[in-house]
Design a protein around this ligand. Structure first.
Ligand code: FAD
Length: 502
């Protein structure tokens, strides 16, 4: 429960304060204007449209993070969120404000806060997931009825999901093919960034609130302790990560992004997901790079994030249902043991296991490896992509409903612009191609470290004397493959052929 501070406030002053803003009353007639800014996945001060608008208009600004338990937050993302909120509070305090933490159903809690502090207007940056849209329209209607103005702002994407549509016979329709969408979307990505005043309006007196620990975002699971070795949540960490990328790997992004053993990508996904950086800030930084393939490729990846959000906005059912309805009756296998082996990185297939262990230990996995582990689960093991997506949502620091749903449906072959169903990644060939020297495998699978490069990708094919020399006994130090790769591929193709043309 939030801490109650003041009693009910009559609707009169609240309505007057909205009037003061909208009609720019001269100073003599000025009434106190308290505004509430609801932080969500926009945990930053820079280029934050809602914060900017609220700060410009308010005399007093109540900055709130409202945690609704009904909204899913996985374990790794929860760890991140805790630290990001702490960093946001520090940043707000440095500018004369602070973060009030509240917990409860969004509408009731917001209404209570507005009444307690005499809030005349509430600002937030929009979210586009189905639950966020439902929550926001309910809040908008109820607060309006209570005499509180609401202002929603575009703060998360390059484009609003409804902005770019294609012409179809039946009128405007959402894009389902990335390249066509991006041809239009990429023409306008240099939107001006929002500035923030050095000093923010102060919070209302006695703003109160919960302690961050009360949200219990970090549940003490052992792997959470290790995440801090790899990441620095918060806006400063995000800005540093962006600068490191722009000054380093960005210059070789097109090739480097494919190599999981190298630091070839930006590793910005969790910062972007939590809104410690806006997509527009990232696009601005990238646009300062030399024009060429590396820049174009990186901007397109930022585009995929937007594309995922617009797909989820237009096709909300895809969280649980395949976009391609032919897959609705696909015969998946129910194999709890294989799923467990996949989750633990104990399938006996090195690239799959290395990826799943990287995920477990760092909360992140390289994109190429995400595709390989996902393909292995839903093609070689024929386990429903929803099980994989759920595991990712719990273990990824960047767990994002839109990007995760797109990624899984793409790999399974049932989503928008998806890989064709007959594309079954061969994890050994992928490993040889993208981790030829075995750097990535050795980092995450120390048991295989002493195998020569030639055999590390498929240890079961290595001669016994080499295994002995590497001190490796398969089945004891490292598992034998839980599925024969060639047989698994055949089985997947046969199963997928059942729905072909259905
Ligand atoms: P970079 O290569 O540096 O890309 C820059 C940014 O572009 C990323 O931070 C991300 O915001 C965006 N981006 C890059 N690739 C994609 C993509 N394919 N789809 C959407 N956005 C992209 N990404 C998530 O942020 N959250 C997820 O939950 C998620 N789940 C995925 C599940 C599967 C099965 C697959 C195949 C991909 C998933 N991705 C997800 C996309 C992608 O793997 C990650 O965004 C990327 O690996 C993050 O690393 P990076 O920041 O170094 O990326």
């Amino acid at each position: 429960m939030i801490q109650r501070v003041v009693g009910q406030v009559a609707p009169g002053p609240a309505a007057a304060s909205v009037y003061a803003v909208c009609n720019r009353m001269p100073p003599g007639n000025h009434v106190n204007d308290t505004r509430l800014l609801c932080f969500r996945r926009d945990l930053r001060l820079a280029d934050n449209p809602a914060l900017c608008a609220a700060a410009q208009a308010a005399d007093r600004l109540l900055c709130v993070y409202l945690h609704d338990d009904a909204e899913h937050c996985g374990g790794a993302a929860g760890w991140w969120l805790h630290r990001s909120l702490a960093a946001l509070d520090d940043a707000l305090r440095a500018r004369g404000n602070r973060l009030l933490i509240a917990r409860g159903p969004a509408l009731a809690t917001l209404a209570e806060l507005c009444a307690a502090h005499g809030v005349g207007a509430v600002h937030w940056n929009r979210g586009y997931e189905p639950a966020q849209l439902a929550r926001d329209s309910a809040c908008k209607a109820a607060l309006r009825d209570a005499g509180v103005a609401t202002h929603s702002h575009p703060g998360s994407l390059l484009h609003e999901p409804w902005d770019i549509r294609r012409e179809s016979r039946d009128g405007p329709a959402p894009y389902r093919v990335f390249s066509a969408w991006w041809r239009r979307a990429s023409q306008h990505i240099d939107h001006p960034l929002q500035a923030l005043p050095e000093q923010l309006p102060p919070p209302p007196d006695d703003a109160g609130g919960l302690s961050l620990d009360a949200l219990r975002l970090c549940d003490g699971r052992p792997w959470q302790a290790r995440l801090g070795e790899h990441w620095r949540p918060g806006e400063d960490g995000a800005q540093d990560a962006l600068a490191d990328f722009i000054d380093g790997p960005a210059a070789n992004y097109a090739a480097g992004r494919e190599l999981p053993g190298q630091r070839g990508t930006s590793r910005l996904s969790a910062h972007l997901h939590h809104g410690e950086l806006s997509a527009r800030q990232v696009a601005h930084a990238a646009l300062r790079l030399a024009d060429g393939e590396d820049r174009a490729r990186f901007l397109a990846e930022i585009g995929w994030r937007d594309f995922a959000a617009q797909l989820l906005y237009h096709f909300p059912q895809t969280v649980a249902e395949p976009l391609d309805q032919r897959f609705a009756h696909f015969r998946w296998e129910d194999d709890a043991q294989a799923l467990r082996a996949w989750q633990r990185g104990e399938t006996g297939v090195p690239l799959v296991d290395a990826g799943m262990r990287e995920l477990w230990q760092t909360g992140w996995m390289h994109n190429r490896v995400r595709m390989v582990v996902a393909s292995f689960l839903c093609k070689h093991l024929l386990i429903h992509w929803r099980h994989g997506a759920a595991w990712f949502m719990d273990t990824l620091i960047d767990a994002d409903l839109a990007s995760n749903t797109l990624g899984w449906q793409w790999v399974a072959g049932c989503g928008a612009d998806a890989a064709p169903y007959f594309r079954v990644f061969n994890p050994v060939a992928q490993s040889r191609k993208f981790d030829a020297g075995g750097d990535y495998l050795r980092r995450w699978l120390p048991a295989l470290a002493r195998l020569p490069d030639r055999h590390i990708h498929a240890p079961w094919e290595a001669p016994q004397q080499l295994l002995d020399a590497a001190g490796l006994r398969l089945g004891r130090d490292y598992p034998l493959p839980i599925v024969d790769l060639a047989e698994g591929r055949r089985r997947a193709l046969a199963r997928f052929a059942e729905i072909k043309g259905a």
